[in-house]
Design a protein around this ligand. Structure first.
Ligand SMILES: *[C@@H]1O[C@H](CO)[C@@H](O)[C@H](O)[C@H]1NC(C)=O
Ligand SMILES: *[C@@H]1O[C@H](CO)[C@@H](O)[C@H](O)[C@H]1NC(C)=O
Ligand SMILES: *[C@@H]1O[C@H](CO)[C@@H](O)[C@H](O)[C@H]1NC(C)=O
Ligand SMILES: *[C@@H]1O[C@H](CO)[C@@H](O)[C@H](O)[C@H]1NC(C)=O
Ligand SMILES: *[C@@H]1O[C@H](CO)[C@@H](O)[C@H](O)[C@H]1NC(C)=O
Length: 389
């Protein structure tokens, strides 16, 4: 194990040194290309998937931005310099290389390549996404942890101040004795991020991220012994649009059961890609009409305002929703999060001394047409923090 760390360190350092001649720093001064090196701080994390919205983010609040593949392919040099000048870290979203669990050669080359990529792009670390779970206490589970441990140690040695983070389900609940051992992983990485969304059911229109699940999820991790400073809770800036098969009488909406949901409706798994459903964005606001679709907060604002719908409040989930009728006569219900539901969750998160809050994604609000709503969303994130002594 030690040999691999040394190998990784040596090749990593060689790559970093060799790189300075080939990959020029686009920022002035060049020190802005070095990883942000600040002590622990409360985190406000944004995931980003589109390239054109970053100037609209509220940089007063943001501490860390996680770049999905679209952003990562061509990191905007202006974004890089702008973020680093404000001590905001940029992390690369990377898939955990499952095939490497049993193959140390592969592990080593993955780590070296990932370090090279982060160095080339002048980033501040990685966020590891995983889809695989191993029986707890199994040899594979241990190898999984060892791999992440070695990767983290290499990153910290090569890039002082860098972050290695890991994605987990919203609740620390090992289904069929199989889970990602998030507590041990949290002890080796800088922090884990729980994906608190896609918690809706498949028979009724329901909240994407009920308040009580955020509470239940955080309690499950704390009860399992996590250091609260190793936990960041990610909330959605999107919701779901459901086609009701009977009109929502007493304000609930039965939907046509969607078999695609059966496989995604598993609360313990981090679910980052919502590709199983069409995603409604403002530009195709009225085009999509499935039984169930993901819908950005920007498109939700558009439906609320431009179509004169009435926002309602679900006191059980502590999240908003509204019903509307299509031209075809179909009744739909939209369940989502807004500044009010986010404030409540932020309040709880920071009152529990959790490291931070985050958003999937900060591009899902419509900064141009709904600047007030967007500003309120950003402000809601730190609601709990500002109340702290
Ligand atoms: C960001 O938040 C700060 C603090 O609330 C506020 O003063 C500022 O106007 C906000 N900036 C934007 C672009 O919304
Ligand atoms: C491990 O991965 C390397 C690099 O891909 C490959 O050449 C080697 O055959 C693999 N070893 C085993 C035992 O699968
Ligand atoms: C991580 O690696 C370090 C250095 O080898 C070791 O001391 C520590 O126990 C490891 N942590 C876990 C959880 O395996
Ligand atoms: C989700 O968890 C259940 C146990 O509650 C399990 O039976 C099922 O296989 C899991 N689904 C997926 C897609 O892994
Ligand atoms: C919404 O209400 C406004 C003001 O009453 C009206 O001008 C507009 O046509 C309405 N829009 C729709 C889609 O009904």
């Amino acid at each position: 194990m030690i040999k691999i760390i040394v190998l990784v360190l040596i090749s990593g350092l060689t790559l970093v040194t060799g790189l300075q001649s080939t990959k020029a720093c686009p920022c002035q001064p060049e020190s802005l290309c070095r990883p942000v090196n600040v002590g622990n701080r409360p985190e406000v994390i944004g995931f980003t998937v589109y390239q054109n919205a970053w100037l609209h983010y509220n940089w007063t609040y943001l501490t860390t931005l996680v770049l999905d593949e679209v952003q990562l392919k061509n990191v905007d040099p202006h974004l890089l310099c702008y973020a680093h000048a404000r001590n905001v870290r940029l992390l690369a979203l990377v898939q955990f290389p499952e095939a490497a669990i049993e193959n140390e050669t592969l592990q080593q080359s993955w780590t070296v390549e990932t370090i090279q990529m982060v160095a080339d792009k002048h980033l501040d670390g990685i966020n590891i996404d995983t889809e695989k779970y191993y029986p707890i206490n199994s040899l594979k589970a241990k190898k999984h942890v060892d791999f992440i441990n070695r990767t983290t140690i290499a990153f910290h040695a090569i890039f002082p101040g860098s972050l290695v983070t890991y994605d987990a389900g919203y609740i620390d609940n090992c289904e069929q004795n199989s889970c990602s051992d998030s507590i041990t992983i949290a002890s080796v990485v800088d922090f884990i991020m729980t994906m608190n969304y896609d918690e809706n059911g498949r028979k009724y229109a329901y909240s994407n991220s009920p308040y009580y699940n955020t509470v239940k999820g955080i309690k499950s991790y704390l009860n399992a012994g996590i250091n609260p400073q190793k936990l960041v809770v990610i909330q959605p800036w999107y919701g779901y649009d459901y086609k009701c098969i009977i009109p929502p009488g007493a304000d609930y909406c039965i939907i046509k059961e969607d078999s695609a949901l059966a496989s995604t409706n598993n609360a313990t798994k981090p679910k980052r890609r919502i590709s199983k459903f069409p995603f409604i964005i403002p530009s195709d606001d009225w085009k999509v009409d499935p039984n169930q679709a993901s819908i950005t907060y920007g498109a939700i604002c558009n439906r609320l305002r431009n179509h004169n719908n009435t926002r309602k409040w679900n006191p059980v989930t502590k999240t908003p929703y509204f019903n509307y009728k299509r031209n075809t006569g179909e009744i739909h219900q939209v369940c989502y999060d807004d500044a009010e539901s986010m404030r409540l969750k932020s309040d709880y998160i920071f009152s529990m001394k959790i490291r931070g809050i985050g958003v999937w994604t900060v591009d899902f609000t419509d900064y141009t047409n709904f600047p007030k709503e967007s500003a309120a969303l950003w402000q809601s994130l730190t609601f709990g923090l500002e109340k702290m002594p």
